[in-house]
Design a protein around this ligand. Sequence first.
Ligand code: MG
Length: 269
Amino acid sequence: MKIIRYKKSDQLSDDVNCGILINDEVYKINGNIFSDFSLGEKAAVLKDVELQPPVDPENIIAIGLNYRHHAEESGLRIPDRPIIFIKATNSLTGPDTDIILPRMAPDEVDYEAELAVVIGKECKNIEKDEVEEYILGYTCANDVSARDCQIKIDKQWARAKSFDTFCPLGPFIETDLNPDNCQISSVLNGKIMQNSNTSDMIFDTAELVSYLSKNMTLKPGTVILTGTPEGVGFARKEPVYLRPGDIIKIEIEGIGKLKNTVRAENHDN
Ligand code: MG
């Protein structure tokens, strides 16, 4: 099942609707996606809606250095427990929107293809074999990062990962997916930059959710970014950073493609 959040193009209000996508048709949801719901009537076709981030997250939690080959390219040791950081919720943006290069740090903005887990039911202190029943589904994420702030200036990650628009999510939440064996890639202006499989993760999604739940309550709608594979821009022999006009796509097998365009920040935003 594919869960979306959307606005209808002909809609006058700013209301965001939740729906189920079946082929290219959008159906309403009766009830709450995090508790009981049923499929309602057909509401629109996909081309007539503006997709929003597929969840309005309670928290955005992210994991650093969770792919073996990415830890190697970063010149860092394989961690012996998950490295947790937070992306502020203002960084959220949807598919087909702009990633804005911030005026104060526009030069070293990097992409990171990531599988995102969406929590469906509140959980605390759950074991790995219990995790599945607490997950709503999975979506594509781009953990956009200002490397100058992250590596040279701040030496920690909160600001570098939390500029506005630095967390594109979408296009929808796929509820039926084996997260442990999916091809994951990023494509910049048509060129493949990252191409790996979630099987290269150091801590798989069930381990991550169980570990996080032993540290904090995970509320419905919490989004967990599970780390990125090798091929990010800063670790290349000739570093590659996002520039105005670039098109960056994150693709995960079994989910779909998350596409965003890059632009400079202007005086209004
Ligand atoms: Mg990341």
